[in-house]
Design a protein around this ligand. Sequence first.
Ligand SMILES: [Zn+2]
Length: 311
Amino acid sequence: MHFVIFSCQLLGFLRVFAFSQAYIQISQEYLNDILIDRAQDRAAGEYNYDYNGDDWTGLCQIGQSQSPIDLLYDDAIKNNTIPRIQFHHYGESLRTPLVLMNNGHTANMVIPPTRTGQRPFITGGLLRGEYEVQSVHFHWGSNSSKGSEHSINFMRYDVEMHIVHKNRRYESMAEASQNADGLAVLAVMFGAQPQPFSQYYGLNKIFNQLPRIVEYNTNTTIPGQLNMAQLLGNIIVGVFYSYNGSLTTPDCAEAVTWTVFPDVINIPERHIMKFWQLKDSRGTPLINNYRTIQDTNQRPVYYRGVSSLFL
Ligand SMILES: [Zn+2]
């Protein structure tokens, strides 16, 4: 494995702030992944959340299998033969440091391989094949609005986290997004709790770094050891909604198998408020970065779980 020691000059836009050291070691592989992810976000062109996506054009406007949607227990096809989502290498420590970035649309984290070089991946649910984790980001509201993208039985939540995975059969995110079976996103809901302390070590570490990426195009590193499983808190992963939809950001590619967990992770309100401090590329508050609910258009929505009583 090759390591590069880099500083601002070596990396243009990517300024990695180190608090106790002048330089940070980041593997060349991880750095490349971050650059590719950044280029892809930029390729989507300028967009903002002034109208929660209602002004986005192209497929975002004319697509018939768009996301997010209302997930309704009563309308869902209950199918308990759908397998559970299997999490592979989710419990293995990731290579650190993880880089958290304000890309103007969200707080985004490209996920590196684990310390043993594995790419965490998922199988099961409605998925056919193996889907490798690529990145994690968040959608949030403001002091006057909740920020989840999906709603569950017409209920919206404070924050929705997306864990983006790519089908292993495709080389790149660009290629995957051109195929209906290209991407798998896990959606996890967060709710505000009045207690100031969080029991979720991994999530805590991420939220604590948000004040470091208030400005557009800034990034920071997350100290300590993290693994993917920590991001799931202790939600019941055996219960979920699943359907075929799209990316919720331009170009709104209809390439996503969505798995949305109705169980909620409760986090301190002070963490949720940290998201509201971020700014977009115009220097205006990056708030309410969720897309409007889209028409389901008769798409089947599946529900896997024992009973809604357990939610
Ligand atoms: Zn998202």
